[in-house]
Design a protein around this ligand. Structure first.
Ligand code: FAD
Length: 298
């Protein structure tokens, strides 16, 4: 959304392709205040996203929602994209492409299978179930980063007892660690790997050696993977390089390894993924496109 907005100011004609039926991305379901958006204290991610989306939807931008990218091919001085929108197949021609598909929660295949069999096993943060349904319950959280600790605090405030298990040491921000340690409802366990996890009726059974504990909910907050599946639709010759972590490799101008293809936001290996970072990178990508067009005499 940020890149499209900036493209307009450079006289470019942006087309936004969104896989889901809404714009706004990850923050659309964040019920926590956004700590990093200067000037909007106490505004939750949901509120912020509504504000950003309302502005974006007023812009003169072509938006394809609920759309899958079938193929991306080189064509003359640009690219041709075959899209499957909810209504019909669409062909778009572009002189530049900006990838901004974000990240998704990570889990092991065993935990994914467990979640498929029970609504009480939740992979990733920020769901309506976490916000509305987990009250006065026993919760096991797997993970030791900001999300794990932030969710532990959120759930402790709703009458839940929470055990947070991380396989090594806690890596979440110090203020979160201190706040969690001060709450009697929260038990922080490092080097804590359950030997067995199983769903039994409405309960989750977790075993550590001879210790067997029962929980009402299991939250898996293991971090994120970049959404690079879209690259499978790209012809080999124009598939951007990725880093060892699987993120799209970009330079300081958000250029990928392929001329004419840029990337912004969580999909890139940014030191601090956040909304302000993604917004700034979208703006930088638009500037890079304008500059590259000018230097190529386009
Ligand atoms: C629990 C949590 C808390 C956070 N808290 C904060 C916070 O307080 N403050 C803050 O600034 N940041 C926070 N962040 C980080 C912030 O959400 C991200 O950095 C930001 O959303 C990145 O924006 P993005 O546009 O790169 O990706 P996203 O917001 O993930 O958007 C990606 C978009 O791409 C779409 N998409 C995916 N694949 C495709 C495809 N193949 N084709 C078309 N569209 C596709 C998705 O549907 C989505 O709309 C938090 C993140 C999480 C998970």
């Amino acid at each position: 959304m940020s890149c499209a907005n900036a493209c307009l100011s450079y006289g470019l004609e942006p087309v936004v392709i969104e896989a889901s039926d809404h714009v706004g991305g990850t923050q659309r379901s964040n019920f926590h205040p956004n700590l990093w958006m200067l000037g909007h204290p106490d505004e939750t991610g949901e509120e912020m996203t509504r504000r950003l989306a309302a502005h974006f939807l007023e812009l003169a931008v072509t938006l394809h929602r609920g759309t899958q990218i079938r193929s991306v091919m080189p064509a003359g001085d640009g690219f041709v994209l075959q899209l499957a929108t909810p209504e019909r197949e669409v062909t778009e021609h572009a002189h530049a492409i900006v990838l901004a598909t974000g990240m998704r929660p990570r889990a092991t295949p065993a935990l994914t299978a467990l979640a498929a069999g029970s609504q009480r096993v939740i992979i990733g943060p920020l769901s309506d179930a976490i916000r509305d349904r987990i009250n006065n319950a026993r919760v096991l959280i797997l993970g030791g980063g900001d999300n794990a600790l932030d969710h532990a605090l959120f759930l402790a405030e709703r009458g839940n007892t929470v055990r947070v298990c991380t396989r090594a040491r806690f890596s979440g921000r110090k203020p979160f660690q201190t706040a969690c340690a001060a709450r009697p409802e929260i038990e922080l366990r490092d080097h804590c790997i359950p030997g067995r996890l199983a769903v039994e009726g409405d309960e989750i059974v977790a075993e550590w050696g001879s210790t067997r504990l029962r929980y009402d909910w299991l939250l898996v907050l293991y971090g994120y993977l970049p959404n690079t599946e879209v690259l499978a639709a790209f012809a080999d010759a124009i598939r951007p390089a990725v880093t060892v972590s699987g993120h799209i490799h970009v330079d300081a101008w958000q250029r990928t390894s392929v001329p004419g293809i840029y990337a912004a936001g969580d999909l890139t290996d940014s030191p601090q993924p956040s909304v302000p970072t993604a917004i700034a990178q979208g703006l930088a990508a638009a500037k890079a496109i304008e500059r590259d067009f000018q230097s190529s005499g386009f």
